[in-house]
Design a protein around this ligand. Structure first.
Ligand code: ZN
Ligand code: ZN
Ligand code: FE
Length: 756
């Protein structure tokens, strides 16, 4: 009997065909295996059902580590005759649903190859195999075959071709397979001079040791790199990127080095060394060494070498007795996308030594970032390299294709096909022309890659959102659905955990456009009987100025404390011009030139001015992040929000505890941060208890940027659990606006109604 078997999921570029080949051979089966745009296609002759069952069982149990099977479809077809089992050339079929694997960090075997002097790939920066190497970043089209990647232009040498064709070799059908004879190479350009090969790496290493800032082409883009412990070098990077305080990610040589300086548990170690190899936020053991890379914060974003090139650089650094971590921040100017093109890097950074290579980056991908919470769950802050383009599975299948625009900050958009949501890589903030172009181009690339034909577009309700504007003007999708920003946050969690109804949704966030024309961001929703209602929110306060208050956080401070002018002038003395303060106070009194907001993020900003004395913000959430360093462990004291029912809604008031804050400022200033954090945790728990009594609902969903604050997130989860609530929060997509496109999609298929 001949059987046709189609396997869907992440089954290309992960050594699946060789695995099938070897498995079939070992079971003495005859037939063929090939890649199609749907997945992997097998024809196999079996003598009975038992033999088929055994074959399928082995596929499921022994599949390659980096593969993921979604479905196995089996069909009877007309009997064919096969003499052997063979891998055959990929066929194109019309429906493109095969999944391109994400980029994979270098595997242990390839590490052994590049450090072994007798190996022909000794110190070769583009070493890879079926278990590791570039995937999405080099793929132009599916199926994932060499000719459809930027490796297509490199002709394999005899030895590489032998490996590629040998089913017993680790590099059997490894599409980016390469060696020093036939593959890509590195070179460095400095002051118009060019050096090739290993000498280029030596040169870059030399520069780093001397304290210079250099540019290094990586997997998904260029990094700006330098000695992370060298104050002057890091200052130079800050000047180049025009980032006064923004923390930079660092790369350590290995886990042992990390352990010397930062708190590292087994879960964090596992994630750092996984095939994803993201940036993990780790707590500082001592602050001294990281004061330059991550000033006044308690965490540093850390990764370890994930490409052969990184490994070779660190090996060479060590040979020179250099053991410090390197700054590895994305190679771009402020608010522009990470640079991927050699020419662009060379012209924009012509004063630096630039390490280039000729393996073209087709899809730009930034490093992913996340943190491990107290319940040992790894939660993403940025979902990009190593994750994209793997889809997130819904438990519903949709028969039309949908596009979701995402938000304007930390943008990531999404396509829905069937039950798969394909989130784009991290695009960034859409307020620059460069990122708007990046958004447009990435839309076109991903649409082409999978041949998406969306008929519905989901937008944020904000009338001035650039994401909706760019999508409406360029993407030619007729039908539009609008979703409120914080509802999208809640639905992003629901999508992850397959929740549908009966829950309390809490969205504590920076800003989002509300249905009443105000800016929301401290919201409680009740979802019951497929109706979602805004049931409670933080007390509104009037904020002067539009988006300028996000940067000039002292304006939020003045807004919150507007009735207490003496205090305002005391806190801002010598920091903000008095006339400016008076001007703001004047418009606050008249309620002009501003807007009402219930944003928890803005309230955090206001309190951070009181706690840290810093009056402006260099990057999003800087104030709140700095407040975390002022937390006192085990201090249980708290301010107390009053909860008042007004027009059927619970209003969470903080104005009644502001005098206590002023008192603390005088006598117990060091306690303010902890008391404020605790008050947020407590009011969430109190409100959930009230709502459970009223609506008999036990499930709580948390989302929004505020929950990236680990003290708040851990505190809320812990305390709600004590009261028996079941708590859900994002982990597969970011808690911040990087996750809302998933929520937008899920909202559109749930068909719920919103009662404002
Ligand atoms: Zn490998
Ligand atoms: Zn070769
Ligand atoms: Fe948001």
């Amino acid at each position: 009997m001949t059987k046709k078997i189609i396997i869907t999921g992440t089954v290309q570029g992960v050594g699946f065909r060789p695995f099938i080949y070897n498995l079939a051979k070992s079971l003495n089966l005859k037939g063929t295996v090939s890649n199609t745009s749907q997945g992997v296609l097998i024809y196999v002759n079996v003598s009975n059902d038992e033999e088929l069952r055994n074959f399928i069982k082995n596929i499921n149990e022994k599949k390659p580590v980096n593969s993921k099977i979604d479905n196995i479809y089996i069909e009877n077809v007309k009997n064919k005759v096969f003499n052997d089992f063979e891998i055959i050339i990929s066929k194109n079929s019309s429906k493109k649903s095969a999944l391109i694997p994400p980029d994979l960090a270098i595997c242990k075997d390839c590490v052994s190859d590049i450090v072994d002097k007798s190996n022909r790939r000794y110190l070769y920066p583009f070493t890879n195999c079926t278990n590791c190497g570039p995937r999405f970043s080099i793929t132009e089209k599916i199926p994932y075959d060499r000719k459809n990647t930027s490796m297509g232009i490199f002709r394999m040498c005899g030895k590489c071709l032998d490996e590629y064709n040998d089913p017993n070799n680790r590099r059997f059908h490894a599409q980016p397979n390469a060696c020093p004879v036939c593959g890509p190479e590195v070179w460095v350009v400095w002051k118009g001079k060019k050096v090739n090969g290993i000498k280029a790496i030596d040169f870059i290493v030399e520069k780093v040791v001397e304290g210079e800032v250099v540019l290094i082409k990586g997997l998904g883009g260029f990094h700006i790199a330098c000695d992370a412990f060298n104050y002057k070098s890091v200052e130079k990077v800050r000047k180049i990127k025009k980032r006064e305080f923004k923390p930079f990610a660092v790369m350590f040589g290995d886990l042992f080095e990390i352990d010397k300086y930062l708190e590292l548990n087994s879960q964090e170690s596992e994630i750092l060394t996984s095939s994803v190899s993201p940036i993990v936020m780790l707590k500082k053991k001592d602050y001294k060494n990281f004061e330059y890379v991550s000033p006044k914060l308690d965490c540093v974003g850390v990764m370890i070498p994930y490409t052969p090139l990184h490994l070779i650089i660190f090996k060479k650094l060590r040979e020179k007795g250099f053991f410090n971590p390197l700054v590895m921040t994305s190679g771009n100017f402020k608010d522009e996308p990470i640079i991927t093109d050699n020419e662009e890097a060379l012209s924009k950074f012509n004063k630096l030594a630039v390490l280039c290579h000729d393996r073209e980056i087709i899809n730009r991908v930034d490093d992913s970032i996340g943190f491990v919470d107290e319940t040992n769950i790894f939660r993403l802050i940025r979902r990009s390299r190593g994750y994209v383009p793997s889809p997130i599975k819904l438990s519903y299948s949709c028969n039309k294709e949908v596009f979701a625009c995402g938000g304007d900050l930390k943008n990531s958009f999404a396509f829905l096909r069937g039950e798969d949501v394909f989130l784009s890589q991290y695009i960034g903030d859409l307020d620059t022309q460069e990122n708007a172009v990046y958004y447009k181009n990435t839309f076109n690339n991903i649409k082409k890659l999978y041949d998406f034909k969306p008929t519905v577009m989901i937008c944020d309700m904000h009338p001035l959102y650039r994401s909706s504007f760019i999508a409406s003007n360029n993407f030619n999708i007729a039908k539009k659905i609008y979703v409120q920003h914080h509802i999208a946050h809640i639905y992003s969690v629901m999508a992850e955990y397959n929740l549908y109804d009966n829950l309390i949704g809490i969205s504590f966030d920076g800003t989002g456009y509300g249905m009443d024309g105000n800016i929301w961001g401290g919201e409680f929703f009740i979802l019951k009987n497929k109706k979602i209602t805004r049931i409670s929110h933080l007390e509104n306060f009037f904020i002067f100025g539009g988006d300028s208050s996000i940067k000039d956080i002292w304006k939020s401070f003045v807004s919150v404390f507007s009735d207490r002018e003496d205090f305002i002038f005391r806190v801002l003395k010598g920091k903000v011009n008095e006339e400016k303060i008076k001007l703001v106070l004047k418009s606050l009194n008249k309620k002009i030139n501003g807007f009402y907001s219930s944003s928890c993020g803005r309230l955090f900003d206001a309190f951070s001015v009181v706690v840290t004395g810093k009056t402006y913000s260099d990057f999003e959430a800087e104030g709140p992040m700095r407040m975390e360093t002022f937390l006192i462990k085990d201090l249980l004291e708290s301010y107390k929000f009053s909860i008042e029912k007004y027009n059927g809604k619970y209003i969470l008031r903080y104005s009644n505890f502001l005098d206590e804050v002023i008192y603390d400022y005088e006598y117990y200033r060091e306690k303010i941060s902890t008391k404020f954090h605790n008050s947020i945790i407590n009011v969430i728990v109190d409100m959930c208890n009230i709502l459970r009594k009223e609506y008999s609902i036990n499930n709580v969903v948390l989302s929004g940027g505020v929950f990236q604050n680990r003290y708040i997130l851990n505190g809320v989860i812990k305390n709600l659990s004590i009261f028996g609530f079941k708590v859900y929060s994002n982990r597969l997509v970011p808690l911040n606006d990087g996750g809302i496109s998933l929520g937008q999609i899920y909202w559109s298929i749930c068909n719920h109604s919103f009662i404002f």
